[in-house]
Design a protein around this ligand. Structure first.
Ligand code: CA
Length: 506
């Protein structure tokens, strides 16, 4: 991009700032094609004033006020973070639900994917043997058993994609009756119902743990439970796990992919390591893909409370009705209280790396993050680890932490996750495919075997939000159908399950 002509991005007609695209930034005196001239040096990804902004005047990006000018800002100068005064966070107790829905776009008919049909009517994007746990005590033994299953049993059952041990640090030494314990317990129970396990259920338990395996198996009378304290030591435990696992493998191996409507598909979205480009390249492109998915009948879930909290006044009008709006505000209020208990405040976000990338404050970061959800109406708001009952665009109120959000969305039943990143992460999940979208071309070139889609081409004019959005949409369908694999799948890069446990550990 160094040789490239000077480029800037203006997101919304109302914006009075633009973002410098060129790698290494642009010097004072740079004249853009439309005659706009920089009066000072501006780093890449940072903002330049399109007009003179008086002290106290609105700084507008994404068509929204992201802050107020701390001093008079001359036209053409760099607006660094010290010039942007942070607006108050929208008060969830004062916001009033006033619906403002985009005119619905025409449904997209005829899109399907090749999935595994489950007995309960849902469909999977993988055919996995999942072995669940009711407590961390069994994890070491299960690891050894899983290694043997992979080596000795899986080759006999070629239609089964893999075996996954669902290990976590919950189950004992925790206050399972605390009000907030509902979050990890619900998450574990819903993980056990994940559609990629074909309706099969096997749990390895110790025996004496606080959270008994029935929490996971109560809806499934066919479930197999192995209690290690009932077995005759280590070797017998491993043999018993292999024996139970093989019975399930025989059944899973009979399954084949079949044509399923896109309405069977639930796609999770999240971001990590954002920069100023995330909100103009990767996130809007994913938002475009999200709109296509919703139009084709699929369910799309976006999350990360701390990433949307400062833009909640923009999300609220997108709620389908007053009840959904109330649920959205309740979710924000719950998280405000949770953070307050930990004596944390929102100025801790964005991270220094975000600021270096040009994000002045949490408002600007939130506006960029919200773009992922696209323009659809929010049909339902769910708590962490809950299952949606509606289709279409869903807000799942999870933490922003990559692995915690990932685990919560898995519990909520996603079949695939799309992950946007500016700084880069190798992140992946064992239960569902993860597609990684970079906000900048520099990252995609540096990590050609980790980044699946380069949305940085939007900033340089080599692609459009629509073209990259369409590409992501088609890639989702191909990967969900098992026709292609994301890089994280090819390398089997799997992060641990990290449950969200807001309740005490004892
Ligand atoms: Ca995240």
């Amino acid at each position: 991009m160094g040789e490239q002509k000077p480029l800037y991005i203006k997101v919304n007609e109302k914006d009075n700032v633009v973002i410098v695209v060129n790698e290494g930034g642009l010097p004072a005196g740079t004249v853009f094609a439309d005659g706009f001239t920089l009066t000072g040096d501006v780093p890449q990804g940072h903002k330049a004033a399109l007009v003179a902004i008086p002290r106290g005047g609105n700084i507008v990006r994404y068509g929204q006020v992201i802050g107020y000018a701390a001093h008079d800002i001359p036209k053409g100068s760099w607006i660094d973070e010290s010039l942007v005064e942070l607006p108050e966070a929208p008060d969830v107790n004062e916001l009033i639900y006033t619906p403002r829905h985009e005119k619905p776009q025409a449904p997209l008919a005829g899109y399907t994917f090749a999935g595994f049909r489950n007995p309960d009517g849902s469909a999977g994007t993988k055919n996995l043997l999942g072995i669940h746990t009711s407590v961390q005590c069994v994890a070491g033994v299960l690891d050894i058993a899983v290694q043997r299953i992979r080596e000795e049993l899986l080759p006999k059952y070629p239609n089964v994609d893999d075996v996954v041990a669902l290990k976590h640090n919950y189950g004992c030494g925790v206050a399972i009756n605390a009000p907030d314990a509902v979050v990890p317990i619900r998450s574990i129970a819903n993980l056990a119902r994940h559609p990629n396990f074909g309706g099969e259920l096997m749990v390895v338990s110790l025996g004496c743990e606080k959270m008994q395996p029935e929490v996971v198996t109560e809806d499934n009378p066919q479930a197999s439970i192995v209690r290690l304290q009932e077995e005759a030591g280590f070797k017998a435990s491993v043999e018993r796990i292999l024996h139970e696992a093989e019975k399930i493998l025989v059944r899973l191996n009979q399954r084949q992919r079949e044509t399923c409507p896109l309405s069977d598909l639930v796609i999770g979205l999240q971001c990590g390591g954002s920069d100023a480009f995330s909100g103009v390249t990767s996130n809007p492109a994913v938002g475009y893909a999200a709109d296509l998915l919703v139009r084709a009948g699929a369910t799309v879930m976006f999350s990360e409370v701390t990433e949307v909290r400062d833009g909640i006044d923009l999300l609220l009008p997108k709620a389908a009705n007053a009840e959904v709006g109330k649920r959205l505000l309740d979710a924000m209020r719950w998280y405000d209280n949770y953070l307050a208990k930990g004596e944390v405040d929102r100025s801790a976000n964005p991270a220094p790396g975000n600021k270096k990338g040009g994000l002045s404050n949490i408002v600007e970061k939130a506006l960029g993050s919200i773009a992922k959800g696209g323009t659809s109406t929010i049909r339902e708001v769910i708590a962490p680890g809950e299952r949606p009952v509606k289709k279409g665009l869903i807000y799942a109120a999870t933490p922003a932490s990559d692995f915690v959000c990932g685990t919560c969305q898995l519990a909520s039943g996603i079949h695939l996750q799309v992950f946007t990143t500016g700084r880069g992460t190798p992140y992946g999940l064992a239960i569902v495919p993860v597609i990684k979208v970079s906000s900048r071309s520099v990252l995609a070139k540096k990590w050609p075997d980790l980044i699946d889609v380069d949305a940085g081409r939007i900033a340089t004019g080599d692609a459009t939000i629509e073209s990259v959005g369409k590409e992501i949409f088609e890639l989702i369908i191909d990967i969900a159908s098992g026709r292609r694999q994301s890089w994280a799948q090819q390398w089997k890069i799997y992060n641990d399950l990290c449950l969200f446990n807001p309740a005490p550990v004892t």
